[in-house]
Design a protein around this ligand. Structure first.
Ligand code: AKG
Ligand code: FE2
Length: 293
């Protein structure tokens, strides 16, 4: 822990990373919420205006830059409280959309897309980890939250989605979790540029990807993503109450869980990566072999 504290002086690591959400007094306008709920029901995604507290956003960026400069995967920045403190900004959005006592599914990823054409986001996919997560009212019961920590533009890699109604494979994916994006027309692809501080949100089945960056991009695209779910559905054995205490070791375990789940494309290609995968498997939350203490 001393290593992490020295790496980003001023960014705390405590056992209560969420802070006191009861005191949150920020709010989201009811009319806006209704529009987003409707867009979630029809298109299965929406984006807010920038709503993250700016000093928190900058602190997250600082942590990510330091972790990266230390040669570590950016997702380890999760050890710092600020990545959970940000729920103060999200709470007024998530409570009406997912109900009180919504839970965090700790499938985290921090994206840092460099300003060159080597940098790119996740390839086209459906998140599709859990089947049947659409409520009776058509509103998703599990949401992906994607927080823009820098401006995400067409030049530095923004998200692209295919609104559900324009995607011939969308409905079958709800139960089958298939990844196929066949039959999508190019004109139906929607770019989601996002100013820093914007929250983008989608369901488990929408077809989406992060595009390729370019040397002409003025700044890297940095974003932070995870899932949240209603409290009355059960899709994953590992979920976290918001707020709740969380130890340093648990946060490391969640970082390992995210890296193991989402870096499979990079890691499984070569035998040299086996020791890294072994490490992640040993330490991640929800793994067959749990950390010893
Ligand atoms: O940021 C990206 O490139 C992809 C993000 C994504 O697919 C997700 O968070 O579900
Ligand atoms: Fe995704």
């Amino acid at each position: 822990m001393d290593f992490w504290r020295a790496l980003v002086p001023g960014s705390t690591i405590t056992d209560a990373p969420f802070g006191e959400l009861r005191d949150v007094n920020a709010s989201v306008a009811p009319a806006e919420l209704e529009l987003w709920r409707e867009q979630l029901r029809v298109d299965r995604y929406f984006q807010t205006e920038p709503l993250l507290d700016d000093s928190r956003r900058r602190e997250m960026l600082r942590c990510i830059e330091r972790v990266r400069a230390a040669g570590l995967p950016e997702t380890f920045a999760l050890v710092y409280d600020v990545f959970f403190r940000v729920f103060a900004d999200l709470h007024p959005l998530l409570t009406p959309l997912l109900g009180p006592r919504y839970r965090l599914i700790p499938n985290f990823w921090i994206y840092y897309i460099e300003t060159s054409d080597r940098g790119h986001g996740f390839e086209p996919h459906r998140d599709a980890e859990y089947p049947g997560t659409i409520g009776e009212d058509g509103v998703p019961t599990v949401l992906t939250l994607w927080l823009a920590l820098t401006d995400a533009t067409a030049l530095n890699s923004c998200m692209y989605v295919v609104p559900a109604g324009r995607d011939p494979g969308y409905h079958a994916a709800i139960d089958s979790l298939h990844q196929d994006g066949a039959g999508i027309r190019l004109e139906d692809i929607r770019a989601l540029p996002a100013a820093a501080g914007t929250v983008s949100c989608w369901d488990q089945y929408i077809y989406h990807w992060g595009s390729r960056s370019s040397a002409r991009a003025p700044a890297p695209r940095v974003s932070y993503a995870f899932y949240c779910q209603r409290s009355d559905v059960s899709v994953d054995p590992v979920t976290v109450a918001v707020p709740s205490p969380m130890s340093f070791r648990e946060r490391l375990a969640y970082a390992c869980r995210g890296l193991h789940r989402y870096s499979y494309m990079a890691l499984r290609e070569s035998p040299e990566e086996r020791p890294v995968l072994d490490f992640l498997e040993r330490h991640m939350a929800g793994a067959p072999r749990q950390p010893k203490n």
